[in-house]
Write a protein that binds this ligand. Structure first.
Ligand code: SAM
Length: 287
């Protein structure tokens, strides 16, 4: 579906198709990396509009210019709802952006990231130093399959972040009953899991299927939204899951005060607004 096109101006253009008839097209300065790992094809392009961009199997993972939105929103929303996180687990997230955001909270004692593809971590260290350099000492990077990890571990986590690719290829099993049940098993009683949940505009049917699954397994879920320009439709969804009724309000007003000026998307207004859903999104959940 995705292909490299030569335009009339002889520049390389990259198109990711979001439907058979629409997509996003970016003019490319240079191809910086193209490798085939045992799991997927990894490409790093330098683009005019968005800076460096990481693609996995032809799908945009992140760009220099808008990665902050995804990484701030997948991290600061759950931590500000439950500021008693001591142990956190990231599944996927090999670019290390989620790790970078979690490391802002000194009260989180231990963060483990389980990423299946070492090439993603290596490429991020080289081409996206703002994400993957200066990682904290309490961050442990495990190269392995997240599905396997949650099945075998007996550790318990207060926060689990599923920072995965979409439900195709190595990430397919990250959207299943058995994976979610294992995540629930290793979640502390007051803990929360959060996952990236595709675009409600384009992927309503699959969101309906896996959000029903999440509600059945965890008991309580709350979707929230962010604007991410390079992702399909620009409207992106995240889902928080908990074993208890979810109160998504901010619990401590000063939690982000010492680094708030360096955030570019998340703030207290955005925290509240992210849970205000348009009618077509509410309809996916029957709320
Ligand atoms: N922000 C991104 C997005 O939604 O487009 C996700 C970024 S992150 C690069 C996704 C990571 O999940 C990839 O590095 C991929 O290798 C990893 N991944 C996919 N399946 C996995 C699995 N089964 N276990 C662990 N990591 C996995």
């Amino acid at each position: 579906m995705n292909e490299f096109n030569k335009s009339q101006d002889t520049h390389l253009w990259y198109t990711e198709y979001h439907t058979p008839n629409s997509g996003i097209t970016l003019k490319v300065k240079e191809t910086l990396l193209r490798v085939k790992s045992p799991f997927q094809e990894l490409v790093i392009l330098d683009t005019y509009e968005y800076g460096r961009m990481m693609l996995l199997d032809g799908l945009v993972m992140l760009t220099d210019r808008d990665e902050f939105i995804y990484h701030e929103m997948i991290t600061h929303i759950p931590v500000n709802i439950n500021p008693s996180v001591k142990k956190a687990l990231i599944i996927g997230g090999g670019d290390c952006g989620t790790l970078r955001e979690l490391s802002r909270y000194s009260f989180i004692e231990n963060v483990k990231m389980v990423e299946i593809d070492e090439e993603v971590v290596k490429a991020s260290r080289k081409f996206f130093p703002q994400l993957a350099s200066n990682l904290p000492k309490n961050a442990e990077i495990v190269i392995g399959d997240g599905i396997d990890f949650v099945e075998k571990t007996d550790d318990v986590f207060d926060l689990i972040i599923i920072d995965s690719t979409d439900p195709i290829g190595p990430a397919e099993g990250l959207f299943t009953d058995s994976f979610y049940s294992n995540c629930r098993r290793i979640l502390s009683e007051e803990g929360m899991m959060v996952l990236q949940a595709e675009s409600p505009y384009f992927h309503a049917e699959s969101i309906k299927i896996f959000s029903d699954r999440l509600r059945r397994i965890f008991g309580f879920i709350r979707p929230y939204l962010a604007f991410i320009p390079v992702y399909p439709s620009g409207m992106w969804e995240f889902i928080i899951c908990s074993k208890n009724e979810l109160d998504v309000s901010l619990k401590k007003a000063d939690l982000i005060s010492h680094f708030e000026s360096s955030l570019k998307y998340y703030n207290h207004d955005v925290h509240k607004g992210a849970f205000m859903l348009p009618t077509f999104v509410k309809n996916i959940y029957g709320i």
